[in-house]
Design a protein around this ligand. Structure first.
Ligand code: GTP
Ligand code: MG
Length: 171
């Protein structure tokens, strides 16, 4: 068949937000890890959709590794930014990291799509996707297509909607 178009995706967000769990769910079941552990540095993962082949840079969100993110910005053609919707205390830290990302010279003037997952929506006190988007001031992002989905990465809920949106930006 036709070779799928290849897209490099950066998966970013604070530690413990669920990045690796999300990427793991998007991989074919025979390639999924049994248990997800905190990422050290970063990990390169692949998954396919009907028309695209994604190569994901699954970055560690731990403070001591966040300075690695920017070295991959030039190669990124899309961003998946994951937020722990239950972590109200660190929402401001997530916003700071997002703002730093959006102002980086390798990102700032490029119209790359950003898919946000308001993850851990299953937690009893989770904020809604609308509330997360307000706290992160996503409406201020005017020069890039973006989309936010509520997700439960453990059950795999909400992920397909997000990936369908992302795929639509390339087809
Ligand atoms: P770093 O690699 O350290 O940056 O973290 P990460 O963003 O990759 O988080 P990871 O996928 O390792 O998940 C952290 C913890 O959150 C794990 O215990 C996951 O099982 C859990 N988790 C991930 N997604 C969800 C979710 O939607 N709901 C709940 N309740 N737990 C989740
Ligand atoms: Mg991880």
């Amino acid at each position: 068949g036709l070779k799928k178009k290849e897209v490099n995706v950066l998966c970013l967000g604070l530690d413990n937000s669920g990045k690796t769990t999300i990427i793991n769910q998007l991989k074919p079941s025979n390639a999924q890890a049994q248990d997800v552990v905190p990422t050290i540095g970063f990990s390169i993962e692949k998954f396919k959709t009907s028309s695209l082949s994604f190569t994901v840079f699954d970055m560690s969100g731990q403070g001591r590794y966040r300075n690695l993110w920017e070295h991959y910005y030039k190669e990124g053609q899309a961003i998946i930014f994951v937020i722990d919707s239950g972590d109200k205390l660190r929402m401001v830290v997530a916003k700071e990291e997002l703002d730093t990302l959006l102002n980086h010279p390798d990102i700032k003037h490029r119209r790359i799509p950003i898919l946000f997952f308001a993850n851990k929506m299953d937690l009893r006190d989770a904020l809604s996707a609308v509330k997360v988007s307000q706290l992160l001031c996503l409406e201020n992002i005017k020069d890039k297509p973006w989309h936010i989905c509520a997700s439960d990465a453990v059950k795999g809920e909400g992920l397909q909607e997000g990936v369908d949106w992302l795929q639509g930006k390339y087809t």
